[in-house]
Design a protein. Structure first.
Length: 367
């Protein structure tokens, strides 16, 4: 009985479906208006703004020539205390506020600030009253003044956070639509070249042609996934090896790829189709222009919570202006995509060194 000609190509896909993991974007950060006030940058910003506000209050109560430095010290102490304690409370409440409706979260966030100002105003008057045997009131004129000022400033701060979040969300939405359009589109000439290579193999090596079709189908499947899907790093590497296999049909021995990935933990995840565009850019600008081809080196490093990916290719000095523009555009598209997913935490840099063009992508990832 004759054996089916291509029976051995019933292999299953080596690329499993993306699974939600710890590398997913934090739901609290996805569109919530209140920033993480526990971050050191936010704390530093609050300290500076609180101090400037204290100076404004003292200047409003006295002239510049008779500046009250003692008053500034007392006001600064009070404002810093209220500002930092309110930030700490909002930081702890942030995960719960993110689960509420936007209107309720805004109102509760706003009420924390005047309530905190009332509490510290009352406590400070209570301490002074004990030392001076004066009576205190829950709503003395001094306490009410502090609460009103805190309510006005709190309203301005919450309003700023809300508008800033809306602006960022709108920009991210535009970037996501742009990225989806780029991600779902495989370059036409890459597709045509791949299909031509496959057609030429059908007669001479049908098994290899079928393998190339399977590799190409996996690339199409990956390009249709949603932006931001996280996959294990080794899964992304396997997908990229499929891509390199397709390109090898066209370039042959001109294309060589060295993979250097020692001791990458299995739990490290990466956005789907992050490495592949960098490889595509390296082939297009570092291998294709050279008659003799060259070597692309891919290196991955995980060290103390920082994941770094390096792609280097031969440096071609005689690139045309259109090629240089295309290189910049490809890197900018990747940078925009990483900005949507990671914000300022991710970095994408590129430079020329010792006859090679090096692109480095890094971002913090805690296992």
């Amino acid at each position: 009985m004759s054996k089916p000609k291509h029976a051995k190509h019933t292999r299953q896909s080596a690329i499993p479906r993306p699974a939600d993991g710890k590398g997913d974007v934090d739901a609290v950060d996805a569109g919530f208006f209140l920033p993480d006030l526990c971050e050191k940058e936010a704390v530093f910003f609050l300290v500076i703004v609180s101090e400037l506000f204290s100076v404004v209050l003292i200047l409003a109560a006295s002239s510049l020539s008779a500046f009250d430095w003692n008053g500034l010290a007392l006001v600064s102490l009070f404002v810093q205390w209220v500002g930092l304690s309110s930030a700490a409370i909002l930081c702890k409440l942030r995960p719960y506020l993110a689960k509420m409706s936007a209107n309720r979260a805004v109102v509760l966030s706003y009420l924390v600030i005047p309530a905190d100002a009332w509490l510290f105003s009352f406590l400070s008057q209570w301490v002074l009253a004990r030392s001076m045997t004066d009576e205190i009131s829950f709503f003395s004129p001094e306490i009410l003044t502090n609460v009103v000022i805190a309510a006005i400033m709190g309203g301005l701060v919450i309003r700023y956070f809300y508008l800033q979040a809306q602006l960022i969300a709108r920009r991210q939405s535009e970037l996501i639509h742009k990225i989806q359009a780029l991600q779902s589109r495989i370059r036409p000439h890459f597709l045509f070249n791949s299909m031509n290579s496959i057609v030429s193999l059908i007669g001479s090596d049908p098994d290899k042609a079928e393998e190339a079709v399977l590799d190409l189908s996996e690339l199409f499947r990956a390009s249709l996934n949603e932006v931001g899907n996280q996959v294990p790093f080794q899964q992304e590497v396997q997908l990229c090896k499929r891509y390199v296999g397709i390109e090898t049909l066209r370039f042959g021995d001109r294309l060589q790829v060295e993979w250097d990935m020692p001791d990458i933990p299995g739990g490290v995840q990466i956005p789907l189709l992050t490495l592949q565009p960098l490889l595509e850019n390296a082939i297009l600008h570092g291998i294709q222009p050279l008659p003799e081809g060259g070597v692309i080196r891919v290196k991955a490093i995980y060290h103390y919570g920082l994941f770094e990916l390096q792609v280097s290719n031969p440096w071609v000095e005689q690139e045309t202006e259109a090629q240089t523009k295309g290189n910049r555009m490809a890197l900018e598209n990747t940078r925009n995509r990483l900005s949507v997913l990671y914000g300022d935490r991710a970095k994408l840099t590129s430079y020329q060194e010792n006859g090679r063009y090096i692109t480095i992508f890094s971002y913090p990832y805690e296992l």
